[in-house]
Design a protein around this ligand. Structure first.
Ligand SMILES: [Cu+2]
Length: 192
């Protein structure tokens, strides 16, 4: 095979990879302070296995840490009490559905209680020992999610080309959803 033939083949291969069937979805979540999460809703014909590894939500210095945890539906969250005092965890609803409320109980330092989240949506975490404590679990339908940074920028990588509904959650606000067509890299902004 000639050098040119090999070079041509290499060039075609790189063209193919640059015409990748996936890209990044980027944008901003505007509307003031507070945590924000952006996630892709269903991807037709695809299901996603939740990670075997548990995600930890700590209660430390009388705060949920981190303030927001985002997990794929089916994931298990380990709720750790990292403080020297007892904490409780309960949520009054999931996605506003009070039938999905749950009280995990109250437990001492160093102990973990786990919960597998099988419903998608916003889980507002509270502690009935410390009414000022607040945190969130955001349970997403796909692994294509991102938290916005302090400036409101978000980036979801390796999103396959396609047409999706993308949702944004911002603390204290109702979830906003928008359609987007992804072909390579795409942009989508949200404002609250
Ligand atoms: Cu507490």
């Amino acid at each position: 095979m000639s050098f040119y033939r090999i070079a041509t083949l290499a060039l075609s291969a790189s063209l193919v990879s640059s015409l990748a069937v996936a890209g990044s979805l980027t944008g901003t979540v505007g509307g003031g302070r507070g945590s924000a999460v952006v996630y892709v809703n269903a991807i037709a014909g695809k299901t996603f296995d939740p990670p075997a590894k548990h995600v930890t939500m700590d209660q430390k210095n009388l705060k949920f840490q981190p303030h927001v945890v985002v997990v794929l539906v089916g994931s298990t969250v380990d709720f750790l009490n990292g403080d020297k005092v007892q904490h409780n965890i309960f949520w009054p609803s999931i996605n506003g559905n009070k039938k999905l409320s749950h009280n995990m109980g109250t437990w001492p330092t160093g102990e973990i209680r786990s919960f597998k989240f099988t419903q998608t949506g916003v889980v507002p975490l509270l502690c009935n020992v410390h009414p000022e404590m607040s945190g969130y679990i955001i349970v997403t339908p796909t692994p294509y999610f991102a938290e916005a940074d302090e400036s409101g920028n978000y980036k979801i990588d390796n999103l396959p080309d396609g047409q999706y509904t993308v949702s944004a959650w911002k603390e204290g606000k109702k979830v906003v959803s928008k359609p987007v067509t992804v072909s390579g890299n795409a942009k989508l902004d949200f404002s609250f």
